[in-house]
Ligand binder design. Structure first.
Ligand SMILES: Cc1ncc(COP(=O)(O)O)c(C=O)c1O
Length: 394
């Protein structure tokens, strides 16, 4: 049994999540950060051990990916997602975001466009925009069984605009936690094939799956669509290793393998971190049990959150997500102010991720990261409840 209940201070560790309140916002009190997507859990002990072992060798020069690294990914993808991957299909990256940044720059011309499905992880539209590529939106539809792709609107967009050249799929989806079905994936892949659109499937959340749910890798789609697909994967969300800067692309298209590998090399994208190599190998070869227990702990946190909301603010809409450790809360019935998240940060000392960042229409939502000891989550939620009461929103 691994320990996920242990509160471990992350202060003064150059930590994005915890270390900014005093220096950036001049907040002296402790703030509970339930925003950025990393976990407050200690990682798999074998990962720390592998890093310590490598650190003991005092030369940290450039790296080449060893065979064990390829093997670890090939076996992980087979074991966890039932997909066959070959060594030459793996192209290492120093991060998923940098991966799709490079792919957009490589595959989408300046007068071409990228299509995304809000509400979605902000870099999906901010990065194309920063590269001066226009973005087309196909909003997800909320209905029975969660948040679904609007394939009819998707096709209308592609039909109307032949300059749409890339679709970035979030699979599973951040922030809704949706796991797409094989049918949905095949349908959207078919459209992309027909209209000559690249599909980048960001699967960084693929291994944080709730009980009785199932992640379908985009690589499970019909082989006929493989040439259009680039999968981006990483151990960094699942095993809490984001600071180690290691991720990978899986590319079936042989021509694309070559061009992507050479662009990745030229841009430094493929120059992976020396400790990231050891961490990935340890996580993917020794982390199955840890991953399972971690998902179970996260699920219990979701259950806790559900009960807490039902008892204190039942009008806040929330469904336990199918994947990820992110809860997507709809506060619209409470009519909270537009600067709700800012006020919570400064007045209640708890930080959430405002929904507005995930798309213009989602100002009433807040994303809550539950990957922390239950006591931390409870304290954060109690602070939100007290603020809502004090300010008469409840
Ligand atoms: C969908 C998605 N993709 C990518 C990332 C970040 O990946 P990386 O740190 O490897 O750039 C995140 C982080 O939250 C994410 O949610």
């Amino acid at each position: 049994m691994y320990q996920f209940d242990k509160a471990q201070s992350r202060l003064n560790s150059s930590c994005t999540k915890w270390d900014r309140y005093k220096s950036r916002y001049q907040i002296e009190e402790d703030v509970i950060p339930l925003w950025v997507a990393d976990m407050d859990f200690e990682c798999l002990p074998e990962v720390s051990e592998a890093i310590r072992k490598r650190a003991a060798h005092p030369i940290y020069g450039y790296t080449d990916p060893p065979k064990e690294l390829y093997d670890a990914i090939i076996q992980w993808e087979k074991r966890q997602h039932d997909v066959e991957v070959r060594k030459e299909e793996i192209i290492f990256n120093t991060g998923v975001v940098y991966g799709f940044y490079t792919l957009i720059d490589m595959l989408v011309k300046h007068d071409e466009k990228v299509i995304v499905q809000p509400p979605v992880y902000p870099p999906f539209f901010n990065i194309p925009k920063s590269l001066q590529r226009e973005v087309v939106y196909n909003p997800l539809q909320h209905g029975q069984g969660g948040w679904h792709m609007d394939l009819q609107h998707f096709e209308e967009c592609l039909k109307k605009d032949a300059s749409i050249r890339m679709f970035i799929l979030c699979n599973p989806h951040n922030p809704t936690g949706q796991c797409y079905t094989l049918e949905e994936i095949n349908n959207v892949m078919e459209l992309c094939k027909r209209y000559n659109v690249w599909v980048v499937s960001d699967e960084i959340h693929a291994d944080i799956i709730m009980p009785n749910q199932h992640h379908v890798s985009a690589l499970k789609c019909r082989c006929a669509y493989h040439d259009n697909l680039i999968l981006l994967g990483a151990p960094t969300k699942t095993f809490n290793l984001a600071g180690l800067k290691i991720s990978y692309a899986i590319v079936k298209n042989a021509v694309l393998q070559e061009t992507f590998a050479s662009v990745a090399k030229a841009s430094g994208l493929s120059s992976i971190n020396i400790f990231g190599i050891e961490a990935l190998i340890a996580a993917y070869t020794k982390g199955d049990q840890w991953r399972e227990e971690c998902c179970a702990y996260i699920y219990d946190n979701f259950l806790f959150l559900k009960e807490f909301l039902a008892n204190t603010m039942p009008l806040v809409r929330y469904e336990i997500p199918q994947a990820t450790y992110l809860a997507w809360l709809d506060f619209s019935a409470l009519q909270v102010p537009a600067d709700f998240a800012e006020r919570l940060k400064f007045e209640a000392h708890v930080e959430l991720q405002p929904g507005i960042g995930f798309g213009k229409a989602y100002g009433a939502y807040q994303r809550v990261n539950v990957a922390c000891p239950r006591e931390t989550l409870k304290e954060g939620m109690l602070r939100i409840y007290a603020w809502l009461k004090k300010n008469r929103y409840l």
